[in-house]
Design a binder for this molecule. Structure first.
Ligand code: SAH
Ligand code: SF4
Length: 433
């Protein structure tokens, strides 16, 4: 692969280093400069149009096939959406931002972009953690199969429906149904029936996001048909080597399968959310920069990312002495949110609950760094202390309405409004359709 000099030959001011840019034609059009380049990577050749606006080169259109290095063989439009809503940052630029000490300037820039592109309305997704039973053994998570110190629960349909109705009556707009990962026909048909019941009990007005791990494409299809329209599946880390340091290396925890699951969800028409944990043991700043590039490359519609928080009943706990301090993990997660907002101006970004495990006002601070989604907990209180993905999880002793009142005040304090009764779908997704 050629890089560096070729980039300047094509008069590109930005290059992410993965491509070589060659022979450019340049002409002016409405004070914008358009470069038509052939991009050569080590596998493919295709044409691409790049507009240089205000000194920043932005990808507009790619023609031809784009065999993404991570196996996403979807059409190019999945990779480069309209440049108006993307800012091209190279990996090197991302690393620079992640290591800069000037957090405030970064947050301010991200907040401006958020204001202009998705506004200052925060959308609520009532979180219902309906089961902590999990067949997986992720090394970082308190719900892992081998953690025997946990009371396992599954909330009844009636209780889930009660929580969903509470969300609807409270004008939350949407709920998230989250659980451990269970891949059994009984589980998938239960969820399918539950989705239908929730839809009919709420006059089809409640938006539904699912977060139930990797499932077969057929299961995803059934859940989509039954009314779920968004899905959250974090990649956790886009680095395969690191992936297998935080997961067992076996069929149940395959990096490729996680990627395939994301592809299936996208193909089926879900709004797809992904994300990472920040501050994992063994994780480098370069890894995190690659993760942000990965989230852009898969053209996700939503992002949920937060700091890694250790849990004493997990294998990764033994690495706690090698972690960066919690406050640094928090700052880094906030920076990732801000950088993603700059890179993908119109996606939905969640202010993850794990932020509040480190900083009391963590989720609100994330709003000021570019996030626009908050997930108030609607899990019946008696189950909350058993849904401990990590330690210091906030709000485990509060009731649903307490959470609502508390969050409402916090959001208002930070000068934002709440999009009551609105789905607040990802604008990025809606524009692509
Ligand atoms: N089982 C599903 C959804 C529930 S877990 C799945 O794994 O996709 C939801 C998220 O919790 C995970 O994606 C992971 O990023 C996060 N999580 C788990 N353990 C964590 C920890 N120790 N610190 C921070 N986040 C954690
Ligand atoms: Fe299970 Fe999800 Fe926790 Fe992994 S992260 S152990 S799949 S609940």
């Amino acid at each position: 692969m050629v890089s560096g000099p070729e980039c300047s030959k094509a008069r590109l001011t930005k290059c992410d280093g993965r491509f070589a840019y060659s022979h450019s034609k340049t002409y002016n059009n409405n004070q914008k400069t358009k470069y038509t380049n052939r991009i050569l990577d080590n596998k493919s050749v295709f044409n691409i149009s790049i507009w240089k606006v205000g000194g920043v080169a932005q990808l507009v259109r790619a023609h031809g096939s784009y065999p993404c290095c991570r196996g996403f063989k979807s059409p190019p439009r999945y990779h480069f959406s309209s440049s108006k809503f993307m800012t091209h940052l190279s990996k090197q630029e991302i690393v620079k931002l992640l290591t800069s000490k000037d957090n405030d300037t970064l947050y301010k820039r991200a907040y401006e972009i958020k204001k202009q592109n998705v506004g200052t309305k925060v959308y609520f997704r009532g979180l219902i953690e309906f089961s902590n039973i999990c067949s997986k053994n992720c090394f970082y998570c308190g719900l892992r199969r081998d953690n025997k110190k946990l009371n396992r629960y599954e909330i009844s349909d009636e209780e889930v429906l009660g929580a969903a109705k509470l969300a609807w009556e409270s004008k939350y707009g949407s709920i998230v149904l989250q659980s451990g990962e269970i891949c059994r026909p009984k589980f998938s048909s239960r969820i399918m029936e539950l989705l239908k019941k929730i839809k009919s009990a709420t006059n089809n007005e409640l938006g539904i996001t699912l977060s139930c791990g990797e499932q077969s494409e057929e299961t995803y299809r059934q859940w989509f048909a039954a009314g779920a329209h968004r899905y959250l599946l974090r990649i956790e880390t886009s680095n395969k080597e690191l992936y297998y340091k935080i997961h067992p290396k076996d069929k149940e925890h395959s990096f490729e399968s996680r990627i395939d699951a994301l592809k299936s969800l996208k193909k089926l028409g879900f709004q797809v959310g992904s994300g990472i944990m920040v501050g994992l043991p063994f994780q480098t700043i370069e890894n995190i920069a690659d993760d942000l590039v990965f989230l852009r490359d898969i053209d996700c519609d939503m992002v949920g990312l937060g700091p890694y928080v250790e849990h004493s009943n997990t294998p990764l706990y033994k690495e706690r002495a090698n972690l960066m301090p919690k406050q640094e993990r928090f700052d880094l997660a906030l920076k990732c949110i801000a950088i993603l907002r700059i890179m993908m101006k119109d996606i939905n970004i969640a202010a993850a609950t794990a932020l509040q495990a480190i900083d009391e006002e963590g989720r609100e601070k994330a709003l000021l760094a570019g996030a626009n989604i908050i997930m108030p907990n609607l899990t019946p209180t008696k189950y909350r202390s058993d849904y401990l993905l990590y330690e210091d999880k906030p709000c485990i002793n509060e009731g649903a309405l307490q959470c609502k009142g508390c969050l409402e005040n916090r959001v208002k304090k930070y000068g934002e409004t709440i999009g009551y009764g609105e789905w607040g779908d990802s604008k990025h997704f809606l524009k692509r359709k």
